[in-house]
Design a protein around this ligand. Structure first.
Ligand code: ZN
Length: 311
């Protein structure tokens, strides 16, 4: 396996009501819940993972749902738009579906020669569906309502909005192996050739932009993918050498992680493919049981009492 950064691993955001979040992502958007667990740092709250059938890195969007959370603000110093790849010709289907479910949606537009449709989840989190120029050969998770003709394939891109891009660009190009592909106005598109999907980071430079506030309906962090935890530690050394404060290796049960704040203010994580989401339940049953890490298993009864029941 390559010792490079393999595009995006997952993106983590903050939601309000758990049921509303679950309904939107599994029913309206048609994703699979691949893991229902708790916030390892706050086991009285859920941590939801949505993705494709097996939870392939590059398809994983995760949420901490906190009932009554204050709405955040998507401004500078944060990830401001999550892009999913969809099949050619599917945007009309999505427009109709979003209208039917009263989803906040914008106008279809074009970026770097690709059609996209911006929309928001019920907490105001900004997402978009893009038809990639080069296609996308990943197998989508499908439902009766969202079939193969329209289903999301996983991430297309993440957009970061920054006051100044210089330091972030250095991390992306000098450490992570991304290259500048194109620029449109104040939007810069960076891409890695290590993978063919979930390979894009867009950066918007907005020097006068209001600073973002991480809370409900905003992104908490962006995780980049590596093949395993040995390569993870190689990156830890490279990043520490550049003077960044980076955490030790953290065991997230389904992957190993490192976190550091990049110079533009966004919390970056690097996460490994191993051991994956089938580590504690079979693929056919992913997301159907409340899974707890070993340190909380003895508290299961209390934890289950605190968590809202999902319908
Ligand atoms: Zn994470």
């Amino acid at each position: 396996m390559t010792n490079r950064i393999l595009g995006l691993h997952h993106i983590t955001a903050i939601a309000g009501n758990a049921q509303r979040n679950f309904d939107f992502y599994t029913r309206v958007l048609g994703l699979r819940m691949v893991k229902k667990t708790v916030n390892f740092d706050d086991p009285g709250t859920y941590h939801f993972y949505y993705g494709n059938e097996v939870g392939t890195p590059g398809t994983i969007l995760t949420f901490f749902p906190w009932e009554g959370v204050t709405p955040g603000y998507a401004g500078t110093g944060m990830a401001t738009e999550i892009g999913y790849a969809v099949p050619e010709g599917s945007l009309e289907f999505w427009k109709e579906r979003f209208s039917q479910y009263k989803v906040q949606l914008g106008e279809t537009g074009e970026r770097f020669g690709e059609l996209y449709l911006p929309f928001q989840d019920p907490d105001g989190l900004q997402l978009s569906l893009t038809v990639p120029k080069a296609g996308d050969n990943r197998k989508a998770w499908t439902t009766t309502a969202v079939t193969e003709q329209a289903a999301t394939k996983g991430f297309h891109s993440i957009t970061l909005t920054l006051k100044s891009i210089k330091g972030t660009v250095a991390v992306l190009t000098e450490i992570f192996g991304y290259k500048l592909l194109e620029q449109e106005g104040n939007r810069y598109r960076f891409v890695t050739d290590a993978v063919s999907n979930a390979a894009i980071v867009d950066i918007i430079e907005d020097p006068a932009g209001k600073i973002g506030q991480v809370a409900g309906g905003t992104n908490h962090h962006v995780a980049f993918r590596v093949a395993d935890d040995n390569i993870l530690m190689e990156f830890r050394e490279k990043i520490a050498k550049r003077g960044f404060n980076i955490t030790p290796k953290i065991d997230r049960n389904y992957f190993f992680s490192l976190y550091f704040r990049e110079p533009g203010g966004v919390l970056f994580e690097i996460a490994s493919d191993n051991p994956g989401f089938a580590a504690d339940e079979p693929v056919a049953e992913l997301g159907t049981h409340l899974k707890l890490p070993p340190q909380y298993e003895s508290m299961r009864e209390d934890i289950e009492k605190q968590l809202p029941v999902l319908q």
